[in-house]
Design a protein around this ligand. Structure first.
Ligand SMILES: C[S@@+](CC[C@H](N)C(=O)[O-])C[C@H]1O[C@@H](n2cnc3c(N)ncnc32)[C@H](O)[C@@H]1O
Length: 238
């Protein structure tokens, strides 16, 4: 995810979400082909998250399905697929999954890849989602909160925290560096591939997570499959 311009005072355009939707609608095939081959970190942190989540599911086996929301789920592979596989024998976990994405093309690909059994697909800006307080067991976000303007990233953390049940988990990655905006005009060399990322950097993001009353289980910066470094966070609501 290399970028050509980085600026701490960058102000994203007003039509940011429209532009991002159009870009992901256009680059989805190229992005998805690339992403499946570069999934090491996502699987590594998903496994760490499952190490925390699964024992609690087993303890509550007789209860209602465990509700997991993924923000910016893309085409559903590999993350949502791995969770859906857990709902089938031999694991047969009772999970109710919700996959959200801004891009119609991404969600169409997700439906095609994974169907709709045990999973609900919700199209739209993650900032517009609404769930009752304390209704979700976990929220996941891989390389998606980083597409929000920085101010919205804090608000998103607020929303996630209120949606989580006590003891609920968040797994997400964030920009390790502080930046108001990194912009690429043609991501994947695609003429419609205008792209934007931002972030508060590791220290401020971790501070924010703690300030929401979330207990950090994992909070570490790791290099990615390519060149970028991201802050990976697994945290638990008290
Ligand atoms: C880099 S891709 C990551 C996709 C998937 N999580 C993965 O790890 O392969 C970012 C995804 O977030 C989605 N996205 C970007 N901004 C979003 C927003 N405001 N709300 C919901 N989804 C968004 C994009 O459409 C895209 O599918």
């Amino acid at each position: 995810m290399a970028s050509s311009a980085s600026d701490n005072s960058y102000q994203p355009p007003e039509d940011l979400k429209t532009r991002l939707k159009e870009s992901y609608d256009a680059v989805a095939p190229e992005y998805n082909a690339w992403t499946v081959a570069h999934a090491t970190r996502r699987i590594e942190y998903l496994d760490k998250f499952l190490d925390v989540l699964l024992p609690s599911i087993d303890e509550g086996a007789a209860q209602s399905p465990v509700k997991i929301l993924e923000l910016g789920c893309g085409a559903g592979v590999p993350v949502m697929k791995k969770l859906l596989d857990l709902t089938r024998p031999p694991s047969s976990k009772k999970l109710h999954l919700i996959g959200n994405d801004l891009s119609t093309a991404q969600l169409n690909a997700a439906r095609e890849n994974l169907g709709s059994e045990n999973v609900e697909w919700v199209e739209g800006d993650m900032m517009s989602l609404s769930f009752p307080d304390t209704s979700l067991d976990a929220v996941l976000a891989f390389y998606s909160i980083i597409h929000l303007p920085r101010e919205e990233q804090y608000l998103m953390l607020d929303k996630i925290t209120s949606w989580l049940k006590p003891g609920g988990l968040i797994l997400a990655n964030f920009s390790a560096e502080e930046t108001g905006g990194e912009v690429l005009e043609q991501w994947f060399g695609h003429e419609k591939g205008w792209m934007f990322w931002s972030g508060w950097g590791s220290d401020k993001t971790l501070q924010q997570v703690r300030s929401k009353g979330l207990e950090i289980i994992v909070g570490e910066v790791m290099p990615d499959d390519v060149t970028a470094k991201f802050l990976w966070v697994i945290a638990k609501k008290a």
